[in-house]
Design a protein around this ligand. Sequence first.
Ligand code: NAD
Length: 330
Amino acid sequence: MHIRGQKTLVCGAGGFIGGHLVNTLFAEGAASVRAVDIKPFEEWYQVNGGADNRVLDLQLRESCLEAAEGVDAVFQLAADMGGMGFIENNKALCMLSVLTNTHMILASREAGVKGFFYSSSACVYNGDKQTNPDVVALKEEDAYPALPEDGYGWEKLFSERMCRHFREDFGLETRVARFHNVYGPLGTWMGGREKAPAAISRKVLEAKHSGKHEIEIWGDGHQTRSFMYIDDCTKGVVDIFQSDILEAINLGSSELVSINQLVDIAEDIAGVRLKRNYNLSAPRGVNGRNSDNTLIRRYLGWEPSIRLRDGMEKTMAWIEEQMLAGVASK
Ligand code: NAD
């Protein structure tokens, strides 16, 4: 289904990826964009004046019906989530996103929505396949047999399957992408829900500005990850939505780095060298994780490829602006 000329809805539009996606949908020629989030407008990272902006709690069925009314295409990104520090300590809250996903897909069906995009996560992958930092990149089939991240990952895996069955049984055109760590400007960078690239950017910049040249790193720094810049993510959402890819597909960078290498990059950009203090009791997630991009390359002929160094420069410039302006995180 093409986005051009369609009436669209972004759920979670006050958040990081949703906020960027609203702009992308306008650029793609959407006839209209309704932007919905539970947060008050002052806490949205971006409010696009051209959108139909609404504050609604999408865990509630009535709010989902209101949001979906008259819409052709739904992009469901609303979730109670954060980085490892948040999801390891808030498993019940993460699982309650099942209310949002269930009510939103039901409401979409009732409203006669044609296309439904769901943002899943690399946290659905079987933990036993992620115990070694020298990772073999995760292929889509590695989600089964199921042993996802406790709490957050189980909910995502359940909601993925619900999308599949709504398509098979009810004919709702669902598309599912498994995002691997997304980063960039206009997202969470402090407060406890931030993810590694934002947290490390902030800590390195704080050290630079305070002159206290030390940094705390969660874990031993050898754990490996890949990080996708936001522009690759929104392009992927659009392309996957418009494709005929029926299975849940990886949307992530395959540029694998250790957390220590990520700190090297942040230090280079900030022009500082810091003493590293490793906190071995902090949440650290799986040992290694990367995205196998064979499928996305085959289907779409491209893969996320914005270099980590380039994306981190933009992200750190934005975080530094926020810090210097004394802005509190949302
Ligand atoms: P985010 O926290 O910045 O945005 C999510 C938004 O959903 C928030 O603004 C939040 O207020 C909103 N929300 C939560 N509960 C709601 C409710 N009941 N009603 C309405 N809105 C509600 O997170 P993000 O990084 O933009 O992530 C967007 C989606 O992508 C999420 O589903 C997340 O699980 C998924 N994802 C993100 C990443 C990543 O690295 N950022 C990785 C994998 C998957």
